[in-house]
Design a protein around this ligand. Structure first.
Ligand code: ZN
Length: 86
């Protein structure tokens, strides 16, 4: 009986250690993901802003339409600009 109790204690201790390890892994993965999200968000904020050559609207470079070294907020404005410059 005494040996059985001691064995049970070891099993419980093992499980507690296992749960702590799993929790630590889960927690570190979660904080890593949050850090990734934050860096991605701040990257977007720092992103270059360009000015639409037609209406002067400020838009992120990745969302702008670039033609002839000029940036436009939409395809319509690109075409309007090209028409007016011809
Ligand atoms: Zn525009």
């Amino acid at each position: 009986m005494h040996f059985y109790k001691q064995g049970l204690k070891i099993v419980i201790t093992k499980w507690i250690i296992l749960i702590i390890i799993v929790f630590l892994i889960y927690w570190s993965l979660r904080s890593l993901q949050q850090a990734k999200k934050q860096s991605a968000a701040s990257k977007k904020e720092i992103e270059d802003m360009v000015c639409c050559a037609h209406c002067g609207l400020h838009i992120p470079r990745s969302e702008s339409i670039t033609a002839d070294k000029k940036h436009f907020c939409s395809l319509d404005h690109q075409q309007l600009y090209l028409k007016s410059s011809q």
